[in-house]
Design a protein around this ligand. Structure first.
Ligand code: G6P
Ligand code: MG
Length: 210
């Protein structure tokens, strides 16, 4: 297998902002009196804000009017963005900066995230300069498990899909990468996903492989 590019997910792979998504949903659900279990928050990894809200409501057996649904999702995003305001370089996951420094001269590097806040996160954590291509939630029509976000990143790099290693902490993202024929490094809860090329407890372990 030849790997010429590495396409990273963002939340939970490069930065600890996955926690903020969970915290923001939990607080929003508390406000709305909607049950939310942190243990099922893995299902929200990698899926869009709208899809996350739908999953939460489905699990609670509830439905909201269109207008309420908008307010519910907007409230979560406002809380999430407030949490981002306290964020800095300390939110880069352990060993990630050293890993990116090591990989940059040898591989083409991209970020592919479902988040519409991805650029803000990359700027605040100082990770922006490592990446040649960034595809985020504002640039896609379908979020993971649809492969669109990875396809756009690979196409922008001009590298064949089977030579792009995708690094993902979500099951939705792993499925998306498989659909495209990319090799996958599953991180954390996605390390046990069946068929992953590499299983990593933490992103930094990629340095031992590449
Ligand atoms: C990432 C996270 C998801 C989140 C999605 C949308 O993929 O893993 O949990 O729902 O981004 O984020 P946004 O910032 O656009 O609400
Ligand atoms: Mg993620």
């Amino acid at each position: 297998m030849t790997i010429r590019a590495v396409i990273f997910d963002l939340d939970g792979v490069l930065t600890s902002t996955d926690r903020f998504h969970t915290e923001a949903w939990q607080a929003t659900c508390e406000n709305w009196g909607i049950p939310f279990s942190v243990s099922s928050s893995d299902k929200l990894r990698g899926v869009s804000r709208k899809e996350s809200a739908l999953i939460i409501l489905r699990e609670a057996g509830l439905s909201l009017s269109e207008e309420e649904f908008e307010r519910f999702s907007d409230e979560k995003n406002r809380l999430f963005v407030t949490l981002l305001d306290s964020m800095g370089e300390g939110n880069v996951l352990p060993g990630v900066k050293a890993l990116l420094r090591e990989l940059k001269p040898r591989y083409r590097l991209a970020v592919a995230s479902s988040s519409r806040n991805a650029v803000k996160i990359l700027k605040r954590t100082g990770l922006m300069p490592f990446f040649e291509v960034i595809v985020d939630g504002t640039m896609i029509r379908c979020s993971k498990p649809d492969p669109e976000v990875f396809q756009k990143a690979a196409d922008a790099l001009g590298i064949p899909y089977d030579e792009c290693l995708v690094v993902e902490d979500s099951i939705a993202g792993v499925s998306a990468a498989f659909k495209l024929g990319c090799p996958v490094a599953g991180v954390g809860s996605a390390s046990v996903a069946s068929g992953v090329t590499y299983s990593l407890a933490e992103t930094k372990e990629l340095g031992d492989i590449l």
